[in-house]
Design a protein around this ligand. Structure first.
Ligand SMILES: *Cc1c(COP(=O)(O)O)cnc(C)c1O
Length: 412
């Protein structure tokens, strides 16, 4: 297996050797393939629709979508056209372009709770800005976060403690996702110092089955914030535009005061957004947040095109359909191979775990075989189905997953 990977990933291996000399650890962050099976390349060359190619020319059906940023598929023609048009004018300038106003208008008309919009680069910028606004508005410090939830890589929220001080975290109080009583107890602990409650639209923690929110949980978080004057912050960075065309809790009838967006909103271009209600506009004006590239026009043009395509082509419905076909096909295959699996999450953001899988050993065998067969998914992180997936892509992916399930069954 190891030798096979070396032959298949020859160019990749050379780049890894060079990277190990000039990049800490050879790679850092969520895109490091350390800890993944040997079949995962560290470096990629290009993407087109639902397909991606590594630097050795191996082709994959992409079920990771760049860990979230790609929504419509790689190199979407309408997005690329908007990008080229804007790039021919300018990207980063002394002041923003008209695209910023157009985009703020689009978001505030699309997302129910939003009266205004601010733009930034990454999800971490957006979640951190939401917290600052909540604190500026309330003059309070404490923020409730769900245990194990990911809200970004700034010192206040990064999952690793290296380089972080206790003071960075001292104002966080944890509750359990889908457990309103635990959030109410955490609010009790914060007393009159509660600034915000942060929550993701679904539970999508690394390495565990995804959880859909209990409507009662969402309603009680809203009530808790109404009662205490704290801001309800919806971290829509990963789910935004994947579950519906507006905010991800609109179907529950629960509106946040602030929402954080990034990943998919510009189909791969670097953009984050904070949306908020009028009641928080003054606080949003009071804080100072900015960045050299926050006002760049090309990602905003990409986002405008993305939002247009999402609506016109009913992308959410398409992702749902293809994701469901993939999940149903895989579930039948697992059964036929005598394997117990659990599918969780919305079909657009599916995840699969094996029953009684010690240390993700079975998921490792499965994802390794899938990669060799040209399907890029992940053993511990939720997957993403793009709007570019076709029935033929699903069909082809299912041929590979059938062989991957066979490999898992054989390894038992
Ligand atoms: C990815 C992610 C973030 C952080 O976004 P970055 O763009 O990586 O800074 C925050 N919240 C959620 C839910 C995410 O999935």
């Amino acid at each position: 297996m190891q030798d096979n990977a070396r032959v298949r990933l020859r160019e990749d291996q050379q780049l890894r050797e060079r990277a190990s000399k000039v990049i800490p650890g050879g790679m850092y962050g969520h895109q490091s393939v350390q800890g993944l099976p040997a079949s995962y390349p560290q470096f990629m060359a290009r993407g087109d629709g639902a397909r991606v190619w590594d630097v050795d020319g191996n082709e994959y059906i992409d079920l990771m979508c760049s860990y979230g940023p790609v929504l419509l598929g790689h190199h979407h023609p309408r997005v690329e056209e908007a990008v080229a048009k804007q790039a021919a004018l300018a990207d980063a300038q002394n002041t923003p372009s008209a695209r910023m106003v157009e985009l703020a208008e689009t978001f505030t008309s699309r997302v129910e709770h939003a009266d205004w919009a601010m733009f930034c680069k990454n999800g971490t910028d957006a979640t951190t800005t939401c917290v600052s606004i909540a604190r500026a508005a309330t003059g309070r410090r404490k923020v409730l976060v769900a245990k194990g939830a990911y809200h970004g890589s700034a010192p206040w929220c990064t999952p690793r403690i290296a380089g972080v001080t206790a003071e960075d975290r001292v104002n966080l109080i944890q509750y359990r996702y889908n457990d309103a009583s635990s959030a109410e107890a955490a609010a009790e602990e914060a007393g009159d110092d509660l600034a915000a409650v942060m929550v993701s639209p679904i539970r999508h923690d690394l390495g565990v089955d995804l959880e859909i929110p209990d409507p009662d949980f969402a309603t009680r978080l809203r009530r808790l914030c109404d009662r205490t004057g704290a801001a309800l912050i919806l971290d829509d960075v990963r789910c935004g535009l994947r579950l519906n065309n507006g905010g991800s809790w609109e179907y529950l009838g629960v509106q946040p005061d602030l929402s954080a967006w990034s990943k998919a909103i510009a189909n791969g271009y670097a953009l984050g957004a904070v949306l908020g209600t009028d009641a928080l506009q003054e606080a949003a004006r009071a804080i100072y947040v900015t960045g050299s590239f926050w006002f760049a026009s090309v990602p905003m043009a990409a986002s405008l095109a993305t939002l247009q395509v999402v609506e016109e082509e009913d992308i959410v419905a398409r992702m749902l359909k293809m994701g469901s076909a993939l999940r149903d096909g895989m579930a039948a295959q697992a059964k036929a191979h005598g394997l117990e699996v659990c599918f969780s999450g919305p079909p657009q953001m599916p995840f699969m775990t094996f029953g009684a899988d010690q240390n993700f050993a079975m998921a490792g065998v499965f994802s390794d075989a899938a990669m060799r067969g040209g399907v890029w998914l992940h053993p511990r992180h939720n997957w993403f189905v793009s709007g570019a997936m076709t029935e033929a892509d699903v069909e082809q992916a299912l041929q590979t997953t059938d062989a991957a399930f066979a490999a898992v069954a054989a390894a038992q």
